[in-house]
Design a protein around this ligand. Structure first.
Ligand code: AP5
Length: 222
């Protein structure tokens, strides 16, 4: 019989470490990483119609309109790889309309992780964040400096990572987080994200192994 794919959702404030943890989760569990932030940034770089519409919202730290993001997520989750390998949804849903859309599409994760990090730490993380446009890897000028000079020279700063914009992104996150926590109350797992990234990952790994095992046991017995 064909096993149901494993489905994970990860949520948390800007710079709570979603992208960093997703890199490690994907390596361990082989899930398809679907990040609305990454998908949107790719559309912006390629100057597509979606990218051009999304750009001003993203650069000012506001949410992109629901219809654009929902269509993107729906399309990406229905691609064969995501259906077969399972998925890791990062940065969606971010409003009650988005949560409602997923429920209507009957798309529900097996577990929803929320990374919790205090506000003052989030600001430092955003301001020091650097991205490698070649590998997509996430660095931090003091916490995770690049491995060599060649990588260092090509790192870029996100336009929405200024202190002022981070504060407004954080406000928006707080206004909307209720939608996620109420929709997924029964499968919500809060994780303390204010620890070294390997320590945070150990806890996520243990959680996911447990949830995956329970899911497999339920399927074989049911
Ligand atoms: P998105 O890309 O999703 O941004 P975000 O939620 O603000 O999250 P970030 O990417 O800023 O942070 P992260 O949690 O991934 O942290 P990271 O691992 O990089 O969205 C961007 C924009 O797109 C939105 O503002 C919006 O405009 C639009 N958008 C996206 N989804 C949307 C939606 N559903 N609806 C509408 N609009 C949408 O880590 C951050 C830094 O901290 C790094 O430097 C990292 O090295 C460091 N770090 C990570 N972990 C640790 C640790 N444990 N200890 C110390 N430092 C750490």
């Amino acid at each position: 019989s064909k096993a149901e794919p494993f489905k994970v959702m990860i949520s948390g404030a800007p710079a709570s470490g979603k992208g960093t943890q997703c890199e490690m989760i994907v390596q361990k569990f082989g899930l398809v990483h679907v990040s609305t932030g990454d998908l949107l940034r790719a559309e912006v770089s390629a100057a597509t119609e979606i990218g051009n519409r999304a750009k001003e919202y993203m650069n000012s730290g506001r949410l992109v309109p629901d219809d654009i993001v929902t269509a993107m997520v729906k399309t990406r989750l229905s691609v064969k790889d995501a259906k077969e390998k399972g998925w890791l949804l990062d940065g969606y849903p971010r409003s009650s309309a988005q949560a409602k859309s997923l429920e209507e599409l009957k798309i529900r994760p097996d577990v929803c992780i929320i990374l919790e990090v205090p506000d003052e730490v989030l600001i430092d993380r955003c301001v020091g964040r650097r991205l490698d446009p070649v590998t997509g890897r996430i660095y931090h000028i003091t916490h995770f400096p690049p491995e060599n000079e060649e990588i260092k020279a090509r790192l870029v700063i996100r336009p929405d990572d200024t202190e002022e914009k981070v504060k407004s992104r954080l406000q928006i996150y707080k206004q909307n987080m209720e939608a996620t926590s109420s929709t997924y109350a029964d499968i919500l797992r809060k994780i303390d994200g204010n620890r070294p990234k390997e320590v945070v990952f150990k806890e996520i790994e243990a959680l996911l192994l447990r949830v995956k095992k329970e899911k497999e046991e339920n399927e074989s017995s049911g």
